[in-house]
Design a protein around this ligand. Structure first.
Ligand SMILES: NC(=O)c1ccc[n+]([C@@H]2O[C@H](COP(=O)([O-])OP(=O)(O)OC[C@H]3O[C@@H](n4cnc5c(N)ncnc54)[C@H](O)[C@@H]3O)[C@@H](O)[C@H]2O)c1
Length: 108
């Protein structure tokens, strides 16, 4: 029996890319802050630019980082642009899997 397992590491998101839509306020903001704390490569998307700034400022004030992306989910072009942007952010899918494997190795 090991008595030195760091159980918090089981839930780390280092190297994982996460997009939160609706992150300018309410539940989306709370989720964004939590995901940043867990180490995700985070993009916070919302139609509310001022709210986005506040969310990112709060995340940065806590010592974490996040990208913001003005996005209107009712506008196809806007969603396509978000997808294109976030596919670049934090590396390709393959890179992300590699990072995930690396993170798993580090944490287990
Ligand atoms: N707050 C609760 O306790 C609760 C409980 C159950 C369900 N819900 C539901 O969950 C959802 C979110 O709740 P909330 O309290 O976080 O609301 P909220 O209004 O604080 O957040 C919604 C976010 O969505 C963004 N948004 C709206 N239209 C958009 C668009 N076209 N493109 C991109 N972003 C857009 C807004 O700018 C806002 O930042 C709502 O549908 C709500 O009914 C909330």
């Amino acid at each position: 029996m090991s008595d030195s397992i760091d159980y918090t590491s089981l839930f780390r998101l280092d190297g994982r890319k996460v997009v939160v839509v609706g992150g300018a306020s309410g539940l989306g903001r709370a989720a964004s802050i939590a995901l940043a704390q867990y180490g995700a490569n985070l993009v916070v998307a919302d139609v509310n630019v001022e709210g986005l700034k506040d969310t990112v400022a709060e995340i940065e004030a806590q010592g974490y980082s996040a990208e913001s992306a003005e996005t209107d989910v009712t506008d196809t072009e806007s969603v396509v642009a978000l997808a294109a942007r976030t596919s670049r952010y934090g590396g390709s899918g393959r890179h992300t899997r590699d990072q995930r494997a690396q993170a798993d190795t580090q944490h287990h």
